[in-house]
Design a protein around this ligand. Sequence first.
Ligand code: NOJ
Length: 548
Amino acid sequence: MTQDTLLVPASGDRGGGTRWWRDAVIYQVYVRSFADSDGDGVGDLPGVRSRLPYLAGLGVDALWLTPFYVSPMADFGYDVADYRDVDPLFGTLADARDLIADAHAHGLRIIVDVVPNHTSDRHAWFQAALAAAPGSVERARYVFRDGRGPGGAEPPNDWESVFGGPAWTRVPDGQWYLHLFAPEQPDLDWENPEVHAEFADILRFWLDLGVDGFRVDVAHGMAKAPGLPDVGHPNQVEMLGTAVLPYFDQDPVHAIHREWRRLLDSYDGERIAVAEAWAPTPQRLADYTRPDELHQAFNFHYLTAPWEADGMRAVIDESLRTAGAVGAPATWVLSNHDVKRHVTRYGDGETGLRRARAAALLTLALPGSSYVYQGEELGLPEVLDLPEEFQQDPQRLRGEGAGRDGCRVPLPWEGEEPPFGFGAGAAPWLPIPTEWRDLTVAAQDGDPGSMLALYREALRIRREHPALGDGDLYWIASPPGTLVFVREAGGGNGRLACAINMGDTTARVSVRGTPLLASGPVHTDRTASGGDVDLPPDTALWWDAEEG
Ligand code: NOJ
């Protein structure tokens, strides 16, 4: 048996593809907050298009655009009223077409969001369901049920919305409908073949328009346990991603992903899908990326790992092992539009920034594909003191934890005063802190010590170095609190080593080779101790490693 026949057939590679997605760096554009071209205070598609040179220059491979479809914006676009058109707030369908074409001309692929677990309550189907009688075909596209207790006045079961409160809302004729998120986001019933047909058509619509793939929202949610049994526990939001729930990560959901995979594979150009799936274990998460399912899944186990070397190494090993077992690339993500930005999670201020710089080098050296959330390349922190009147996130408004507005503040591009070139006209939909004057793209451009320079250089090396991207790693013994690993290109074509010190004292790491990039000041004592490096706390280093 040759080496090749031992490999799990790479998904999507129908013989001869580039398998671009196995090591792609994918930049998340939160459209609303990226760049505002028409001065209404909200980012839009032409705004993204105007900044394509910046994104191409940054050195990423693809963009993931958050939903820009027609929506009443109860959950900022994750409540879709028309899946085949662009909301006027974000532009037109022609703008989407132009953006896709222009991105391709810049060498950037485009991934769009698809939201299949729920629609908006303003979607034509839900409006028809409300107007129709219980038991009608219109209601059968959603999850309508009679209530429990006298007069059916109690919800059909004890399920809770991710945004807080019961997952059921009653309609005037007495029935209840399910919404795992806001009441404005009714869940579809994926046992209904009409729902399958509709989404296959929606996917084709965007594939025909030229997109390179989809980010699948709540990819773990479409199948519910038969009979919709009670959970039996309150505070279900605390169980998300760690426990088995009758409404998430149910086995039948995989049949939907297989169906979508066949559809994607029927197109040429290696179109992909990435699952936003919260599964209780890395093994269950890897199930979403089996060879006949989706190409990638976000690695939230990595995102939620604390700043601690042993735990971080365990998450990395487990992620590589479980993804590798199904032949999928591991993915790495530090921030997105739903979580507190990692500069702040890692300690905020100077500490948070230092750690975020080191985390960038760690992340971009790991085998597989990486996600970069807009603004992390600028070192943006979470905005923790947004004035009350600006807080708009339904998660917070329904009382479930801190809101997500603080990670969605618009990007600062240039200038000395807010809105820092985000748009000219109305004030941005969320205010940009004055202190971000030093964090604008223009302020960091040309400053070799800036976060932007670090990302540009790391991404340049990642593109050029044969050892980075897809593949494997091996660990090198290193002092407590540190991690050291080596990436090796096939055929002896180069080795890159990465060391990170996550402890609180300086650690001596043996570096045999040529230093390439450091996240902070490091002292190299190359003559006295044969290439040892004193790695300060919260610092990472890449070097071209010698054999042996
Ligand atoms: C996950 C999205 O990332 C989040 O922003 C949204 O609120 C929920 N899915 C519901 O669609």
